[in-house]
Design a protein around this ligand. Structure first.
Ligand SMILES: NC(=O)C1=CN([C@@H]2O[C@H](COP(=O)(O)OP(=O)(O)OC[C@H]3O[C@@H](n4cnc5c(N)ncnc54)[C@H](OP(=O)(O)O)[C@@H]3O)[C@@H](O)[C@H]2O)C=CC1
Ligand SMILES: CC(=O)N[C@@H](CCC(=O)OP(=O)(O)O)C(=O)O
Length: 347
């Protein structure tokens, strides 16, 4: 059994990790932390875990984390970078669900995250944990930077257009448009006026239109996959639902000879967690709710050179905790799909 710790176990992604890991046959969760709720039984806070988790939340400074083989950080940005160096030195592998190790250039990271990086020397070593572009590197990694939720949905949606068509110029890589919507759990469980039901319910808004920190992460992913710079406009929106991300992605074709449906189906034929719909189906977030799937559809609706890709994920699963478990499975030589659901909770 792999001995695992979770820092930040009272948050949405930490509790989602617990939901998935209690069904994992190769994992024993031995430490779950919270500063505010240290000493409280995990199943007292989360009755859905009764009978599955017999732990109390521990303080994050507990030495028990150093006895783990793997520690997940399900904490705000800027936390894992303070603790990862000591854990790695103690031989513990680390998966950070936050953004501390996602960008490889420290000045770009500091610009977007507004703080000084505490462990810049690890940025070069950290492996970006999107298995669909980085599987082999993840297998050998000590430190994995789990992708952001929006970057997961957008990168998987655009990848085939850019990867396969880059040299031939399948689409205009300087004018990609990403219109993306998220449920409110994407903002975390902390108390915040902007997340109150009366603020979010019965309404729908765009935010960070002038720039969101996931834009450089998406560009870095597409650069990593294609070797080329891309130009993209990324606008996130908040939708009054708990879970789910829907990305509607637009690209302008520069070559109309490629069969887009075949391109997408072939690119993801061997991917256990990417499902390409057989036709230009309209996608719903609920079809992936609770699953580790990214479900895609591609269509050129008017035949006028504008491609529309839809991409849906559950932000807490493929967008966070599920992807982290997928990465853990790869790092420990297990079946990549172990303990990861693929049937959505509908309705
Ligand atoms: N929610 C989502 O859909 C996604 C989130 N992420 C990222 O994952 C991370 C966690 O997100 P989420 O679960 O939503 O966040 P939450 O706000 O729901 O939970 C944060 C958790 O971290 C703990 N925590 C906060 N500060 C510290 C600290 N300084 N040291 C140790 N523990 C701390 C909190 O407990 P306590 O304060 O008691 O210690 C709590 O358990 C974030 O970086 C987020 O950006 C990534 C992809 C998707
Ligand atoms: C709805 C909502 O507020 N979403 C968050 C995304 C948070 C997230 O997951 O951030 P990281 O992936 O960088 O960790 C936001 O836009 O800030």
């Amino acid at each position: 059994m792999i001995k695992v710790g979770i820092v930040g176990g009272t948050g949405y992604t930490g509790s989602e990790l617990l939901r998935l890991l209690v069904h994992h046959p190769g994992v024993a969760v031995s430490v779950v932390t919270s500063r505010a709720d240290a000493g409280t039984r995990v199943d007292a806070m989360f009755p859905q875990l009764r009978g599955h988790v017999e732990l109390e939340f521990a303080s994050p400074d507990t030495p028990a984390l150093s006895d783990c083989e793997l520690v997940f950080f399900a904490t705000p940005n800027g936390t894992a970078m303070q603790h990862a160096p000591a854990l790695l030195s103690a031989g513990v592998r680390v998966i950070d669900l936050a953004a501390d190790f996602r960008l490889d250039q420290v000045e770009v990271w500091e610009h977007w995250y507004g703080m000084t990086h505490a462990a810049p020397s690890l940025l070069g070593e950290a492996v970006y944990g999107l298995p669909e572009i980085n599987r082999e590197a993840i297998r050998g990694a000590r430190l994995v930077a789990n992708p952001g939720c929006y970057p997961t949905a957008v990168t998987l949606g655009l990848l085939p257009l850019l990867e396969t068509g880059a040299e031939a110029g399948l689409v205009d890589k300087d004018r990609l448009i990403c219109d993306v919507k998220s449920g409110v759990t994407g903002a975390g469980r902390k108390a915040s006026t902007g997340l109150l039901m009366a603020e979010v319910g019965e309404s729908f808004k765009a935010y960070s239109v002038s720039g969101h920190r996931h834009q450089p992460e998406i560009r870095a992913n597409l650069r990593r996959a294609t070797g080329q710079e891309v130009g993209l406009t990324f606008v996130p929106h908040l939708v009054p639902m708990a879970r789910g991300i829907e990305a509607t992605l637009y690209a302008f074709l520069t070559d109309d000879r490629t069969d887009l449906q075949t391109l997408y189906e072939q690119r993801y034929a061997d991917e256990p967690f990417v499902d390409v719909m057989p036709s230009a189906a309209a996608l719903e977030t609920r079809s992936v709710r609770g699953t580790n799937l990214c479900r895609l559809s591609v269509v050129e609706p008017l035949g006028n050179g504008v491609v529309v890709v839809q991409s849906v994920i559950d932000n807490l699963v493929k967008g966070a905790a599920g992807q982290a478990v997928q990465n853990m499975n790869l790092m420990f030589g297990l079946d990549e799909a172990l303990a990861l659901p693929t049937v959505g909770l509908v309705p």
